[in-house]
Write a protein that binds this ligand. Structure first.
Ligand code: RTP
Ligand code: MG
Length: 139
């Protein structure tokens, strides 16, 4: 079966908490191949741009502030059925509802500070990957 791509970021709470390595280990053990990776920090403007789909939501301003509050680790990942399988691996947005063994169950602190992002469609995966990585930075 053909593989496809998804995009993730380890969010500021998890990077600050020292969980980067443990989260990458779970991702690789689940069969995802890292195509691109770096450590960076978003400005509030870029964080707002990344989550522009939520601009009308009540949590949008808090989300911008949180997502620009510290370093993040964006990655492009490859696997069969990457988008859906990765959403399964990270668990529900609210860690209280996330299944046992998921990344959010293990490492999220709250509904907002929920450790990782995962793309919700193939189309958004490519848009989000391009937000951080040039085609020539993918291996
Ligand atoms: P993500 O996009 O980061 O993978 O998360 P998601 O699909 O599970 O959730 P989404 O609805 O897209 O929300 C994006 C991020 O906004 C924060 N959030 N806070 N306080 C709140 O009620 C609330 N709701 C969402 C979370 O950081 C969520 O991951
Ligand atoms: Mg989302």
């Amino acid at each position: 079966m053909a593989t496809n791509l998804t995009f993730t970021m380890i969010k500021p709470d998890a990077v600050e908490g020292g969980h980067t390595g443990a989260i990458i280990k779970l991702i690789e053990e689940a069969g995802f191949r890292i195509v691109a990776i770096k450590k960076t920090q978003l400005t509030p403007e870029r964080a707002g741009q990344f989550y522009a789909v939520h601009r009308e939501r009540p949590f949008y301003n808090d989300l911008r502030t949180y997502m620009s509050s510290g370093a993040i680790v964006p990655m492009i990942l490859e696997k069969e059925n990457a988008v859906a399988d990765f959403r399964k691996l990270i668990g529900a947005t609210n860690p209280a509802q996330a299944e046992e063994g998921t990344i959010r169950k293990l490492y999220a602190k709250s509904m907002q500070e929920n450790a990782v992002h995962g793309s919700d469609s193939d189309e958004n995966a490519e848009i989000e990957a391009s937000f951080f990585f040039a085609t020539t930075d993918r291996y």
